[in-house]
Structure formats: structure tokens, C-alpha cells
Ligand binder design. Structure first.
Ligand code: NAI
Length: 673
């Protein structure tokens, strides 16, 4: 057994009042996650406190974080791969659950003091304690994000969260993987006490030990939904709601959680054991493995921004207050920055600023915070704030000469060290930079539309862009909570380049008379968030036509796409495209007879083939740093079926399967090249 005096991830001490302090401060990491060693050491702490309680040398135990920010972000996802079989998963989970049960049965009070993220396994540890205190801080969040990794809580968090909060609140929270503010968590019963700041946490924890505070489970009458037949009805309602967001064949975890609830929630102790039985197969499933891969790809994208760069962007100046510029400005403000917005047209600026109120209403819960955000967004028609900005982003018309002359006039006005960037979607960075005195300064920072919803931002390295400028641009992108992907300046960069042939091939099928509804359904069956025809209408058919021109893949002799653009049928924004749009929704015709599932699967695979082929070329031409980064960019930039782990990963898996089982007809593809 580990010696509590030689812990590496925890610090353990007993103070003069006999209170034991278990301070989680994982060695060599900026965040606390529950890795194997941290859990083994937790076992040693449990043993030591049990012994102290027996010999009366310990009167209580407090769990608290030693990190400046954050309690526990969850189990260590990097270590999940070590567990190869259901048996291994079940054994390792059972061991941890035994520790948590011993914490729960501890004869002295056990208090959990939370500041910052308390997620997944962290919340499960907290729920095994007798009393939970959290700071009211905006950054303090509790939740179970497990479903996003293709699993559900496995350290008995399912049963314990239902016990504390009731199934009506706990089940939707686990199914959505949402992260809840401390005040709301208190309202639900997951947290027992709030303190104003981190400085008050230890004191409050000590007082809770002294007063032997013990949280009460939710009242029986509040949780009648656990009784039959209400439980069955509630489970069915949850199934219907969940099915609207995810398909069971793609994302089974939430559906298995509902099954677990329906079968076992009447007896929460029984539910704990059943949880482990249902958890193990999910953990070793292909879906979960792929979703874990997506998580790692996300970390890889974030890691493209160097950690030690002495560049802290606080002020941004955006030029062009159109579709993109205004939303980029709004997003930067919502991320805490001060932003000035410039345009030739004052009305356009006012309209762009007013449009951000919706975003601020969503992001900020109180009026003072919303007002403060609005005050940070400054109209600046004359560009008076350019010289103060740390980052200047151009988002004006997509014309080379206009952009060149703007940057020539800007160059001398920027402060030294400020990032100078263009949001161009199709012009080569080196072409825009060509007439500049210092062309190496210009980089691309390419946002996607709608800015607030798209997590990826391509950072474009022009032929002459200096590495330092690229790195600063990545730092800025992570500072506004987006994922940067460093891309070589080349037509279509990555996302538009891979989407172009995919969408165009689908539109050509429609031209040839295939059903657009069936095409869209087939792509969704494959796992795309939206079918390619609906996507073309959503992006705008004018934008699609211009991407096709840039990529030189527009069919010769004019296509239906060109005719529609010429007729002003631009898709969602004009109300008419391939679909007719009503209240922001495409009007889709229902098939006379339901489509055959296998046929949809075959068609879906065929539809994504041009996208996957283009990803191979992007990789081979080294447009981004690695094959994994191609997958990362395409998942976060296009929504490519996350449960498949990325287009190149999917292709490699498919080839492997085909080699081991050459009779799998569904996987055979036409030779596309
Ligand atoms: P937009 O036409 O909606 O807005 C452009 C704005 O720039 C207009 O308000 C115009 O008055 C202003 N403007 C033009 N010349 C100016 C100048 N010299 N100084 C100050 N303001 C000036 O255009 P949108 O769609 O916002 O595109 C802007 C840039 O972003 C383009 O380079 C485009 O390729 C790129 N982009 C567009 C995306 C989209 O989906 N619309 C996606 C990603 C990038």
C-alpha cells in the first residue's frame, strides 16, 4: 500500500484540530485528473483516515484542490486506452467504487471543497463525500460530460446524482453532458453550501467538519418518478428527447443510461452494481474509443498555440462589419476582449453591433455583464483604435486589390508586435502581402460562419509569413476559446477544400434527378450533422459557387448551381435554394415508401467518398502538420461524424476491416480515382 507520507499527486496532512486535509495537486500537470496513481493514492488516504477515525486522532476529512484553478476535470482520458477488455474495465472501476463507498461510510465527517471545474470522476468523488461546498465563482462548474466520450458516469455517479438531485434533474444533466454553475447545482441538491470566493473555502470546510454537516438525499416525494409506472413513462420521454439529438446506432451511451435508469433506479444500491455492468462494454466500444480520439485531437489543436509566448491579446480591431466581421467582433467581446469595429459605412457598424446582443444575452446571465460586454464593443469608423490593438483582423470584400491597399495603409499604424491578419476565405496570403513593406507579418485567421457555432479557426501560414506571427495568431485563437489549425496557404485551405468536392458531387446527383431528401438522409445516416444539399443551402449557394471556382471544380458550361445563383436563389438566406425555406427550416418532401436502411448506408458512404479522398490529398501535400491534424480540422470544421474518429482514421479502419473480411460488400467502394 502507498505511504501517505510519500504521495505524489496528493498532499496529506492532519492539523492540530485533528482535521485531515487531502489536497489534490497532480504532479507535473496544470489540471487535476484522476489517473491511476492519483486513485491509488486516494486509496491510501482512505485507509489512513479510517485508521485515524478508529484511534480518534482524526475528526474529519476535507478534499480540496491544490491548483489555482479547478478541482478535478474528471478521470484521466489518456489512461483509458490501457483498459483493453470489459473485465479489466470492470475490475478497475470496482476498485475505485470500493474507495468511494468507504469514503461514504467514513465514521467522521468528509467534506468536499470545490473551486473551478468539478467534472466526471471529480463530481463522483464529491458525491461520495458527506457535504459539498463550492465557490459561487463563474468558473465553478459541476457536471458529467461522459456521454461526450461515449460512456456514462462509471464511479457510481449515476445512482448518487439521482439520490441527491432526483432523477428529474439528474438524468437530463447526465444525458446532455452539461456543466452547471454552482448556484444552479445548489438548487438541484448536488452542492450543499456556497461561499463567495476561494479564500473562504477552507474555512467553510473546517466549519462543516466541526458541525458534522451531512447532506440529505432528495425528498422521497420529489423523486416519485423513480417508482413504477412513472419511471417507465419518464424513460420513454427521455428516449424521445435524446433521439432528437443523437442516433442510437451512432451514440449508444445515453440510451444505455436510460435503460439502466428504467431497470434499476427503484433501488439505488442495485443501480450501482448494474452501472458497472453496463459501463464496461461502452468503455471498450469502438464509438467510445473514437470519441476519446476526438477529445485528444481537440487537445492537439489547442496545443498548436505555444504556452510560453509573451503575447497576451486583450484588444482587437476588426475591419469590415459585414456577415463575418461583426460576428468575429462580437465573439471576441464575449471572450472578454475589448474590440473596435470599423467599416466604410456607419450604419453597417451600428447594425453589426446591435446583432451581437443575442450572443451577449446567451453568454451573460446578468444585465451588468451584458451592458459591460456592449460597452467593450466600440464603433470606430475612422479606425482610431488601430494603434492600440493587439490583433487587427480584416474582413472586408473578397477582392485582392482592395485588401492589398487596405493593408498597405494599415501597416504603419499597427503597434509593434500586434498581429495583422486577414479573414480571406480564398485569396493566397502571400498575394495580399506582396506590396507590403513587411510581408512576413501578414497571416490568415480564417473563421467559419456562423462564428459563434464553429469551434475551428484556420490559421493560415502564407509562403512568407513569419513563424512568430503564426504562433501569436494561434495564441489569439485559443484566447477566444476556439481551436486553431495551422494551414499552409493553398486554394480552399482545408475545410472548404474538402467540403467543396463533397457538396458539389451531391448537387450534381440532384441535377441528375436523385432525391435531395434521400441524399441528405443518407449523409446523416453516415453521421454527418446535416446533409450536403441542406448544407449548401445553409452556407449560401453563392458562397458554394465561389468556392467551386476557387478550387477549379465548377463543372464546365454552367451548372444548376450557377443558374440558381444568377436567379437570386441563394438558399436559406433568400428563402429559396435547392429547398424552399420556411421559418429557418428546409421544407422536405417525405418519401412515398420508407428508404431502405442498408441502401441509405451504402449511399452515405458513397457521398462522403470525395471528402475522404480530398483529405488524403491534403495529408499528402502536407497542407497541415499531420494526418491527425487533418482529422481534427475536418471534425471540428465540418462536423464530420465524430464517432467515426475522423475521415482518415475511418478510412484506415475500413481498410483494415476489408482486409480481414473481404466479403463485407457494404464497405466496397467504387474506384473514385
Ligand atoms: P460582407 O460583404 O458581408 O461584409 C464586408 C463589409 O466590409 C461590408 O460591410 C463593407 O461595407 C465593408 N468594407 C468593404 N471595404 C471596406 C474597407 N475598405 N474598409 C472598411 N470596410 C470595408 O462580407 P463577409 O461575408 O463578411 O466577408 C468578409 C470576408 O470574410 C471576406 O474576405 C470573405 O471571403 C471572408 N469570409 C466569409 C465567410 C462567409 O461565410 N461569408 C466565411 C469565412 C470568410
Amino acid at each position: 500500500m502507498v505511504d501517505v507520507n510519500a504521495l505524489r499527486d496528493w498532499r496529506f496532512s492532519v492539523d492540530r484540530q485533528g482535521i485531515a486535509w487531502a489536497v489534490f495537486d497532480r504532479e507535473g500537470e496544470s489540471q487535476n485528473s484522476l489517473g491511476r496513481r492519483a486513485l491509488e493514492e486516494l486509496g491510501a488516504i482512505v485507509e489512513r483516515v479510517e485508521q485515524g477515525a478508529r484511534d480518534k486522532s482524526i475528526r474529519g476529512l476535507v478534499f480540496i484542490s491544490g491548483k489555482e484553478k479547478g478541482f478535478i476535470v474528471g478521470a484521466d482520458v489518456r489512461e483509458f486506452e490501457q483498459l483493453k477488455s470489459e473485465r479489466e474495465v470492470a475490475d478497475s472501476v470496482t476498485l475505485v467504487n470500493a474507495y468511494l463507498d468507504r469514503i461514504e461510510r467514513m465514521p467522521v465527517p468528509v467534506v468536499c471543497a470545490i473551486h473551478g471545474f468539478c467534472l466526471g470522476g471529480g463530481l463522483e468523488l464529491a458525491l461520495a463525500c458527506h457535504w459539498r461546498i463550492a465557490t459561487r465563482d463563474e468558473g465553478t462548474r459541476v457536471g458529467f460530460p461522459e456521454v461526450r466520450l461515449g460512456i456514462f458516469p462509471g464511479f457510481n455517479g449515476t445512482a448518487r446524482s439521482i439520490r441527491q438531485a432526483g432523477a428529474l434533474a439528474a438524468m437530463p444533466m447526465m444525458l446532455a453532458g452539461s456543466m452547471i454553475r454552482a448556484t444552479a447545482a445548489r438548487g438541484m441538491g448536488l452542492i450543499d453550501e456556497l461561499v463567495p470566493s476561494r479564500a473562504k473555502l477552507a474555512w467553510a470546510a473546517r466549519a462543516a467538519v466541526e458541525r458534522k454537516r451531512k447532506s440529505k438525499p432528495t425528498a422521497f416525494w420529489k423523486d416519485l418518478v423513480r417508482q413504477w409506472p412513472a419511471r417507465g413513462l419518464f424513460a420513454n420521454k427521455l428516449r424521445t428527447e435524446t433521439a432528437k439529438k443523437a442516433r442510437e446506432e451512432h451514440y449508444p451511451a445515453p440510451f444505455r443510461l436510460i435503460d439502466l435508469f428504467e431497470t434499476h433506479a427503484a433501488n439505488l444500491d442495485g443501480m450501482k452494481l448494474a452501472e458497472t455492468r453496463a459501463f464496461a462494454p461502452l468503455m471498450v466500444s469502438e464509438t467510445s474509443r473514437n470519441l476519446r480520439r476526438v477529445f485528444k485531437l481537440m487537445e492537439m489543436l489547442k496545443a498548436q498555440a505555444p504556452k510560453d509566448l509573451p503575447f497576451k491579446p486583450l484588444r482587437v480591431h476588426v475591419i469590415g462589419a459585414g456577415v463575418m466581421g461583426a460576428d468575429i467582433a462580437g465573439w471576441c467581446v464575449a471572450s472578454g476582449m475589448e474590440v473596435s469595429l470599423q467599416d466604410l459605412n456607419a450604419e453597417q457598424i451600428a447594425k453589426g453591433i446591435a446583432a451581437q446582443k443575442k450572443l451577449f444575452a446567451r453568454k451573460f446571465k446578468t444585465k451588468p455583464l451584458r451592458d459591460a460586454a456592449l460597452a467593450r464593443l466600440i464603433a470606430d469608423q475612422a479606425g482610431a483604435n488601430i494603434h492600440r490593438a493587439d490583433v487587427v483582423i480584416e474582413a472586408i470584400v473578397e477582392r485582392l486589390e482592395v485588401k492589398q491597399s487596405l493593408f498597405k495603409s494599415l501597416e504603419g499604424k499597427l503597434k509593434p508586435g500586434a498581429v495583422m491578419a486577414t479573414n480571406t476565405s480564398s485569396i493566397m496570403i502571400e498575394d495580399i502581402a506582396e506590396p507590403l513593406a513587411d510581408p512576413g507579418r501578414l497571416v490568415g485567421i480564417h473563421f467559419f460562419n456562423p462564428v459563434a457555432q464553429m469551434p475551428l479557426v484556420e490559421v493560415i501560414r502564407g509562403a512568407g509569413s513569419r513563424e512568430e506571427e503564426v504562433q501569436k495568431a494561434c495564441t489569439f485563437v485559443t484566447a477566444i476559446d476556439k481551436f486553431p489549425l495551422i494551414v499552409k496557404s493553398s486554394p480552399g485551405f482545408v475545410v472548404n477544400r474538402v467540403l467543396g468536392p463533397y457538396m458539389l458531387a451531391a448537387l450534381q446527383r440532384v441535377e441528375r434527378g436523385e432525391s435531395k431528401e434521400k441524399i441528405d438522409e443518407a449523409a446523416r445516416t453516415f453521421g454527418m450533422p446535416m446533409g450536403p444539399v441542406e448544407l449548401a443551402d445553409t452556407v449560401g449557394l453563392d458562397v458554394c459557387a465561389s468556392v467551386a471556382n476557387v478550387l477549379k471544380i465548377a463543372p464546365p458550361g454552367g451548372s444548376k448551381l450557377d443558374q440558381m445563383v444568377a436567379a437570386g436563389k441563394l438558399g436559406k438566406k433568400s428563402g429559396e435554394g435547392f429547398y424552399t425555406w420556411k421559418d429557418g427550416k428546409p421544407q422536405k418532401a417525405k418519401p412515398e415508401t420508407p428508404w431502405d436502411k442498408a441502401e441509405l448506408e451504402r449511399l452515405g458512404r458513397e457521398l462522403v467518398d470525395p471528402l475522404i479522398r480530398e483529405c488524403e490529398r491534403v495529408r499528402d501535400e502536407r497542407i497541415v502538420g499531420s494526418a491527425d491534424l487533418v482529422d481534427a480540422g475536418v471534425i471540428f470544421g465540418t462536423g464530420f461524424a465524430p464517432f467515426r474518429g475522423g475521415p482518415l482514421h475511418f478510412l484506415a479502419n475500413e481498410r483494415r476491416q476489408l482486409e480481414s473480411n473481404p466479403n463485407v460488400e457494404v464497405l466496397r467502394r467504387p474506384a473514385a480515382e
